[in-house]
Design a protein around this ligand. Sequence first.
Ligand SMILES: C[S@@+](CC[C@H](N)C(=O)[O-])C[C@H]1O[C@@H](n2cnc3c(N)ncnc32)[C@H](O)[C@@H]1O
Length: 266
Amino acid sequence: MGALHPHDAARRARSFGSIAAQYDRFRPGYPAALVADLRAAITAGAADPVAAPTLADIGAGTGLFAADLRAGGFEVTAVEPDHDMAEVARARGLAVEEAAFEEWDPAGRRFDAVAFGQSWHWVDQDTGPERLADLLVPDGVACLAWNEYSPAAALSARLAAVEADYGITVHRRHAELLAERDDSQRATAARALADAGFRTRVRWYDWDCTVTPADWLESLMTFSEYAVLADEVRAEVRARLRAELPAEPLELVAGTLAVFGRRPAA
Ligand SMILES: C[S@@+](CC[C@H](N)C(=O)[O-])C[C@H]1O[C@@H](n2cnc3c(N)ncnc32)[C@H](O)[C@@H]1O
């Protein structure tokens, strides 16, 4: 997590259970084109056609990415350390194994694909790439994805200024990333996979999204930076953000960044 103190990173990584239902309701799913590209990448690397490729979705949360991957034809095993998040995913009919990536025992299984939706940055970056390679069949494909979305620049800047008073960076980070179509965290992810011998490719998927100001506020509260705040502080930031929001729906600037990495055949 870059400059974050390890204690803060761990607290934030564990914060999602407290907002599981809200997370599931207000966070977006993933573009169908991304899922199709992942399928195509597996087909391209396979000697024989793969009818239902196996996939492990790590840090699956409430199953938003896993459900999209299942709809795209993958046979999904979800892995999620937080019990409350896992329960929401199970209610979707997903098979969930409750464990952190670092402690999960795949019991000798290897997968055609391994996915991380907004979760790669939470796992141990020193051991992650090699552990990921060990989970994949030769020529298997890793997909690290992040949804990025933010109101238009002027409003984002006002909301970022409010957040800055509380050390929160949600609008600043998303706006910077959307403006530049790259950022150091994701570039680091691609480099880490390349260093571990993966052949990598980075792709952006643009999408449109319009939300009510009330829903935008709710969706902000699902970010770990908000989830770890004391209730009274969260209520104060929330009131200040609400005062900045217009009455009419917000058209978000939105996209999904995916880092694909093909494990080299041994
Ligand atoms: C931002 S949520 C993403 C959930 C889901 N993949 C999605 O796209 O909506 C991040 C998830 O990673 C999980 N997580 C945190 N640390 C983890 C770790 N070390 N190993 C696996 N998952 C972890 C959290 O519990 C949380 O459910």
